[in-house]
Design a protein around this ligand. Structure first.
Ligand SMILES: [Zn+2]
Length: 97
């Protein structure tokens, strides 16, 4: 497994953890896991977000992208609907049966 594969798996694990952490915040009003574990996952995510956001800013400033033909919120809603209807038996999937 390459360093890239390891980094992507780490990011996916942190992102899935954030979904659970966020649900804990919204539903329980408290964390189910130790705050140090949650903080580590947030740091993994923040590092990735910072890197991607830097390219968002750089590429918006450039001219290589045509104007977006659709509302980004609508595109996100379409992607979300696909996740909502997804079912599988994967133990890592939030929509597992
Ligand atoms: Zn799945």
């Amino acid at each position: 497994m390459s360093d890239l594969d390891t980094a992507l798996d780490s990011l996916q694990c942190a992102a899935t953890g954030l979904v659970t952490d966020f649900a804990d915040v919204l539903v329980r009003g408290c964390l189910k896991e130790h705050p140090d574990l949650v903080a580590y996952r947030l740091a993994v995510l923040s590092g990735a977000i910072d890197k991607v956001h830097a390219l968002v800013l750089a590429e918006r400033a450039g001219s290589q992208w045509a104007p977006l033909p659709a509302d980004p919120a609508a595109a996100h809603a379409t992607d979300t609907a696909q996740v909502t209807h997804h079912r599988c038996t994967c133990p890592f999937c939030l929509h597992g049966d």
